[in-house]
Write a protein that binds this ligand. Structure first.
Ligand code: NAD
Ligand code: ZN
Length: 238
């Protein structure tokens, strides 16, 4: 199991032009989060929910990874078994930076995938609208009940078990671009000896006194220092 865990949130993709929850602009502004991100919204508000994630999926097509994704991809290639990449993001920017999909733990789902509610098949539709892929029908059972492969607030998040598993064995936890509102990073950090926190600014949901090192700057500006700390840590314990 990995000794270094890199846990990221929306902030790491902000410089690639994907908006975070906080500085909501564009896409997010036209929707009320509770109508499109909460358990049950597929029953009560299906068309708008599917449309919202369709728009976000199409929006992803021309987005490029930034320096933070790329440096992390290089580290992962060099120290494959020592580093776990875990993200709250549903975008594919780590994958575009060269990390194989199976090596990125996506806690909240993955935007280019959809799921058949009838037979449970999860399949990748790239940057298409749900309706434009297999005529909006499941390629296995033909059902038209296709949902975004996204964990809504209040739904079970099966990949959290993987996060907890990795934290058990983690010696250096690196947190990049998350406000700590969805996942309590303070609690995670309490299990780990050495912790690095990188955000643009302090968050009400994070007590930064709990962290070994705190970097309030853009992820692309912090990443060289973070990478060097990770390398020194891993070389020292080798
Ligand atoms: P958040 O919006 O609550 O917080 C973003 C954090 O990133 C803030 O702490 C902010 O200081 C920091 N930040 C902003 N720009 C930064 C930069 N350039 N460099 C470093 N840090 C920066 O995001 P969250 O904590 O990830 O939680 C929001 C939820 O929204 C998650 O569950 C996630 O799945 C979802 N989400 C995902 C995406 C995506 O996939 N790219 C985008 C928006 C929201
Ligand atoms: Zn099906």
């Amino acid at each position: 199991m990995a000794k270094v865990v890199i846990l990221s949130g929306a902030g790491i993709s902000a410089e690639s032009g994907i908006s975070t929850f906080r500085d909501s602009d564009g896409l997010w502004e036209h929707y009320d989060i509770k109508d499109i991100c909460t358990a049950g919204c597929l029953e009560t508000n299906r068309a708008m929910t599917v449309e919202f994630y369709d728009k976000r999926r199409l929006d992803l097509a021309d987005k490029e990874p930034n320096k933070a994704h790329r440096v992390i991809a290089e580290l992962k290639a060099k120290y494959k078994d020592e580093i776990a990449i875990i993200t709250q993001n549903v975008d594919d920017l780590f994958e575009k930076a060269g990390i194989v999909h199976e090596d990125v733990v996506h806690l909240h789902g993955y935007l280019t995938k959809v799921e058949c509610e009838k037979c449970g098949l999860v399949y990748d539709i790239g940057y298409k609208n749900t309706q434009d892929s297999y005529n909006g029908k499941c390629p296995t059972c033909g059902s038209e009940k296709i949902r975004p492969f996204i964990v809504m607030f209040g739904e079970a998040a099966p990949m959290y078990a993987k996060l907890n598993h990795e934290i058990n064995d983690c010696e250096l936890l690196v947190i990049i671009g998350t406000s700590g509102n969805v996942i309590s990073v303070d609690i995670l950090s309490s299990y780990v000896d050495k912790t690095i926190l990188n955000n643009l600014e302090p968050s009400f949901a994070i007590n930064d006194e709990l962290y070994t090192q705190v970097l309030y700057k853009k992820a692309t500006e912090a990443i060289d220092e973070i990478a060097s700390d990770i390398e020194i840590f891993l070389e020292d314990r080798a």
